[in-house]
Design a protein around this ligand. Structure first.
Ligand code: GDP
Ligand code: MG
Length: 153
């Protein structure tokens, strides 16, 4: 069986509000396994690369400022259908539309401060894990000969 990995990040407002623990708990309760975790600050260059596909959006400057406003908690979570399961428990992008019971539905109010990121596809997950964890992307991932988001379980 192949186990998928996804990239999840508690954004600066989530870290400041003390929500790393509750967010980790949600992932553990769902059944995910934590593969890597790093509390770190990110610079503008990394924020711009992470959200590169949004660079033409009118809110891009605000988004980069938001991401660089304080430490983030970057994580790799793994399990079956990790990407889709993570998006499901995170909830819709706009907290106004996110269902209660999801992370954004329970902990966030506004799209400009939606407290958590989750990769939107396996290829995005692989790219984002590479950006944030590089060659040290968890010992299992680094040592593996298969793509980082498909570690044999
Ligand atoms: P996600 O995959 O659900 O996080 O959503 P997107 O990939 O579409 O957008 C990435 C992030 O950009 C969102 O999580 C928000 O933090 C931010 N964002 C999206 N739309 C808006 C907006 O209209 N205004 C602002 N300020 N931020 C936005
Ligand atoms: Mg996205």
């Amino acid at each position: 069986m192949q186990v998928e990995q996804t990239f999840v990040m508690v954004k600066p407002d989530g870290v400041k509000r003390g929500l790393i623990g509750p967010i980790i708990t949600r992932f553990e309760q769902k059944g995910f396994t934590l593969a890597a975790i790093s509390l770190r600050s990110i610079d503008r260059a990394l924020a711009e690369r992470h959200y590169g596909e949004l660079k033409e959006k009118p809110f891009f400057g605000e988004l980069v400022s938001y991401l660089t406003s304080g430490p983030v908690c970057a994580m790799i979570w793994q399990g079956e259908h990790a990407v889709e399961n993570a998006r499901s428990i995170i909830g819709k992008t706009n907290p106004v539309e996110a269902t209660p019971g999801t992370i954004r539905g329970d902990f966030a109010m506004d799209i400009a401060g939606n407290i958590v990121h989750g990769s939107d596809s396996p290829s995005s997950a692989e790219r984002e894990i590479g950006l944030f964890f590089g060659s040290g992307a968890g010992a299992a991932a680094a040592a593996s000969t298969v793509p980082t988001h498909l570690i044999a379980g």
